[in-house]
Design a protein around this ligand. Sequence first.
Ligand code: COA
Length: 307
Amino acid sequence: MTGRIIGTGSYSPELVWDNNKLAEMVETSDEWIRERTGIARRHIEKEKSASEMAVEAAKKAMESCKEIKAEDLGAIIVCSIAQEEVLPSVSCQVQAAIGATNAFCFDLKAACSGFVFAYNTCIAYMNMGLIKNALIVGVEKLSSITDWTDRSSCILFGDGAGAAVITACEEEGAMMMRCEGSRGEVLTCPAGSTLIMNGQEVFKFAVRSVPEAILEVMSQKMLAKEDVDYYILHQANKRIVESVAKRLGEPMEKFPMNIDEYGNTSSASIPLLVDELYRSGKLPQGSRLIMAGFGAGLSWGASYVTV
Ligand code: COA
């Protein structure tokens, strides 16, 4: 069994900080940031809580979904590393806001792999016959855990939320998830502190693990390159995406990106990108995608999904 995307939504804060704004805060430049990361701007949330952002994205996803109503959702999973409240879970707040009375809800923390891990979790429940439809939301207020004096990391991150409604479909699925907890020190955020990252190590890890993950999913389902319409990668760095494309021997057109506009929004980056493509008509029914996430943990994973 695999999942089919039947609705998408996103929320992006109105406040935009471009690279020149960051150059006023730390010693950097628009040219350096664009060249090394592909990022031009990021959106920063100053008003809403993460739950409110998640609700906005979830409402839009349900509005765009013509096939099911909120009561038809069997599960809501929200992934986040940067949210304010401990309780109740963001997913329960989303449930209340959209009236998904029949859904069980929980939050999942797998950093930038969050959306892929949540999707794979939903597919597992679908395979067990527990649910037929699910809503997955990735939401991050990374600006609240960013060290705005550290030029090697603050240039990367942004805030946002993305959501997708998934329904079970009989086609055989393919997925993988891995973690290497022994290398957790590469990207940390101690309690009450800010993100601390060894950028070069994350970079090396990503360009090695992501192609492996994608190839594993393709081989599980015996997919040839021409069977995949798009590879939807976590938007961490344009150079990481380019390197993955090169390693897979695939053209850049199959790797859509929006990192220039949003920066790295962790678990929100994949659904933000999917929503953009879905709404612009670039994902007609029958499209076949491979999503891949990677990040802190270390954690990484990939999954096959249709539209
Ligand atoms: N502006 C200007 N110079 C900067 C800078 C900035 N914002 N940040 C670092 N530099 C400097 C460094 O101090 C270094 O100077 P030096 O050579 O005099 O020591 C030089 O630029 C190169 O630094 P380096 O760390 O080697 O750059 P890089 O090419 O590896 O790019 C990252 C840095 C962070 C952009 C890159 O490593 C990266 O994107 N890594 C992945 C991070 C990531 O995706 N994290 C999230 C995980 S999901």
